[in-house]
Design a protein around this ligand. Structure first.
Ligand code: DUC
Ligand code: ZN
Ligand code: ZN
Length: 472
C-alpha cells in the first residue's frame, strides 16, 4: 500500500517547504519535490492512494507525553479508557501517547507494568508507550527500574505531594535519582510541597472555605517553586536528569531556567490549561462549576502573569514541550464527590484531543513559530523520551504518522459535545480555534479524514522507548 500526500507544506521542527510525502506501508520513504516522476511516470499515478494537501500543513503526528487513561485516582478512575482516549487523541492529531503505569505503595512496578500492558493491548487507536510512577521507593523498586528500562520504560515519575498515596520523601527521591544517574533513566517530578498543601487544605476546610476555588488557593505558587528548587538540588547532587511535569507557576519556570543556565540537565513541560485558563476565571466560577478545572498543579492567577510566562518560556526553550496531563473525570458522580469539600474533587482535566489545536493558536497570535509548534508538540517529546527518528519527524525511515492541518479551517470546541473524550463536559467549551485537523495517518493508515473516524481499537502498538536523546 503506497500513499502520496501532495501539494502541502511539510513542516518539521527544522524548517518548512513544499514537498510531497511518499509512504510505503507504515513508513515514510521519501520527501519529494512536488510533481516528481518515477522512471518518467507521474508518481501520483503509480501509488495506490493520493491525498491532496494543497494549502495545508503536513506535519509529524503529535506526541502527548503525559496522559492518564483509566487511571485509578481520587477514589475513582479517569473516565477515558485506552480505547476512548486514544480515539479522541487521534481526532485531535495526536498519534502517540505516553501514559503512566501506576505503582501504589506495596505494589511491584514490573507487575503493574504487565497490568497496564493488558489494559492497553488491543484497545488503542494510536501507538502508545509508558512511563512508570514510583510511589514506593525501596530496594525492589530500584531494581525494577533496570528491568523496566529493558522493556522500554525509561522514565520514572515521582511525587512530592499526595502524602500516603504517591508522595516520596527527599531520601526516597535521592535514592531513585542516584539509580537514574547510573542507568540513564529520566526522573519526572510532580513538584509541589505536599506537607504545606495538606496543612493549608485543612485550614481552609476548617474555616468553611470548601469551594473549588480553594483548591487553587491551598496549592500556592510558593509550594511549586520550593519543590521545583528542591528537586533540582537533589538532581544536581546525584547527577540525575530531571523533567518537571505540568509546570504552572512562573517562579517554577524560572527555577528551571536557572538550573539550565548552570548547565544542569533539567527540563520542563507545561500544559494547555496553564497557557489559557486561570484561577480567577475558571476555578473561581460560581457555585461548584470550578470543579471542572480542578487539577494539580492548579490553574494560576492571571493577574500574577503565570500564563504569559508559560508562553515566554516555551518560546525561549526554558520549557521544552507541552503535554496535556490528560486525566478526565465527569462532573456527574466523579467531580461531584467534592461538593462541600474541594479536597475530594478528583484532580484532572481532559485535553488530549485539543492540544495540537490549542498550541496552534500560539502560532496564530505570534507567540511561537510554526516550526516551534511542531517542535513543542511532536519532535521534542520524541527526543525527550527516546522515540525520535521513528516518531516526531517527517523524514525517510520514520513511521508514517502524519497530520494534515488546515490553517484556513476552524474548530469549535466543546459546544454541543463536539469532542470525543469520555466526559460529560469540556474544560474548553466555547474555545474557537483558527485551524483544523483534517486528516490523520497512524503508521500509514488513515485514522481520521473528512470529519469521520476510520481507525480501530487495536491498531495502536506499544512503543518500546530508548533512553532520552537529550542526554549524552
Ligand atoms: N495531577 C492531576 O491533575 N491529575 C493526575 C495527577 C496529577 O498529578
Ligand atoms: Zn502530577
Ligand atoms: Zn499527570
Amino acid at each position: 500500500m503506497t500513499t502520496l500526500i501532495t501539494g502541502g507544506t511539510v513542516v518539521n521542527a527544522t524548517g518548512r517547504g513544499a514537498a510531497d510525502v511518499l509512504i510505503d506501508g507504515e513508513t515514510v520513504v521519501a520527501l519529494l519535490t512536488p510533481g516528481s516522476t518515477l522512471l518518467g511516470t507521474d508518481l501520483a499515478r503509480s501509488v495506490d492512494t493520493v491525498i491532496d494537501a494543497t494549502g495545508k500543513y503536513v506535519i509529524p503526528g503529535g506526541i502527548d507525553a503525559h496522559t492518564h487513561m483509566e487511571m485509578p485516582f481520587g477514589g475513582t478512575f479517569a473516565s477515558d479508557t485506552f480505547e476512548t482516549g486514544t480515539r479522541a487523541a487521534a481526532w485531535g492529531g495526536t498519534t502517540t501517547i505516553v501514559d503512566f503505569v501506576v505503582q501504589y505503595p506495596d505494589q511491584n512496578p514490573v507487575e503493574q507494568f504487565a497490568l497496564w500492558q493488558d489494559k492497553a493491548a488491543g484497545n488503542c487507536a494510536i501507538d502508545y508507550g509508558f512511563h512508570q510512577i514510583l510511589s514506593d521507593v525501596q530496594d525492589s523498586s530500584l531494581h525494577a527500574m533496570d528491568e523496566l528500562i529493558a522493556e522500554g520504560v525509561t522514565s520514572f515519575k515521582l511525587f512530592m505531594a499526595y502524602k500516603g498515596v504517591f508522595l516520596s520523601d527527599d531520601g526516597q527521591i535521592l535514592r531513585a535519582m542516584q539509580k537514574a544517574s547510573g542507568n540513564g533513566a529520566m526522573i519526572m517530578m510532580h513538584a509541589e510541597n505536599g506537607s504545606v498543601i495538606d496543612t493549608l487544605v485543612q485550614q481552609h476546610l476548617a474555616r468553611g472555605e470548601t469551594s473549588p476555588y480553594y483548591h487553587g488557593i491551598s496549592r500556592p505558587w510558593q509550594a511549586e517553586e520550593e519543590a521545583t528548587h528542591r528537586a533540582i538540588m537533589l538532581a544536581d547532587l546525584t547527577g540525575a536528569p530531571l523533567y518537571i511535569v505540568h509546570v504552572s507557576a512562573k517562579q517554577a519556570a524560572e527555577q528551571i531556567a536557572l538550573a539550565r543556565d548552570r548547565g544542569q540537565n533539567v527540563f520542563g513541560e507545561t500544559c494547555p490549561q496553564y497557557l489559557y485558563l486561570s484561577l480567577e476565571e475558571q476555578l473561581g466560577a460560581p457555585g461548584f462549576e470550578g470543579a471542572k478545572w480542578v487539577c494539580s498543579t492548579p490553574l494560576r492567577s492571571r493577574a500574577e502573569g503565570h500564563q504569559h510566562q508559560m508562553w515566554n518560556s516555551l518560546r525561549t526553550n526554558d520549557l521544552q514541550l507541552v503535554s496535556t496531563d490528560h486525566c478526565p473525570f465527569c462532573m456527574k458522580d466523579q467531580k461531584e464527590m467534592g461538593i462541600g469539600d474541594f479536597s475530594r474533587i478528583p484532580n484532572g482535566i481532559g485535553s488530549v484531543e485539543h492540544r495540537m489545536d490549542l498550541l496552534y493558536q500560539g502560532v496564530v497570535t505570534g507567540e511561537i513559530s510554526l516550526e516551534r509548534w511542531v517542535e513543542i508538540c511532536c519532535t521534542t517529546p520524541a527526543r525527550m523520551f527516546g522515540m525520535y527518528g521513528r516518531k516526531g519527524v517527517l523524514a525517510p525511515g520514520a513511521d508514517a504518522d502524519v497530520v494534515i492541518y488546515d490553517p484556513a479551517g476552524h474548530t469549535s470546541i466543546g459546544l454541543n459535545k463536539t469532542h470525543h473524550m469520555a466526559m460529560d463536559y469540556s474544560a474548553w467549551e466555547g474555545f474557537e480555534i483558527d485551524g483544523h485537523v483534517d486528516t490523520v495517518l497512524s503508521r500509514g493508515q488513515v485514522v481520521v479524514d473528512g470529519g469521520a473516524f476510520h481507525g480501530r481499537a487495536g491498531h495502536g502498538r506499544y512503543v518500546k522507548r530508548g533512553l532520552s536523546q537529550y542526554l549524552i
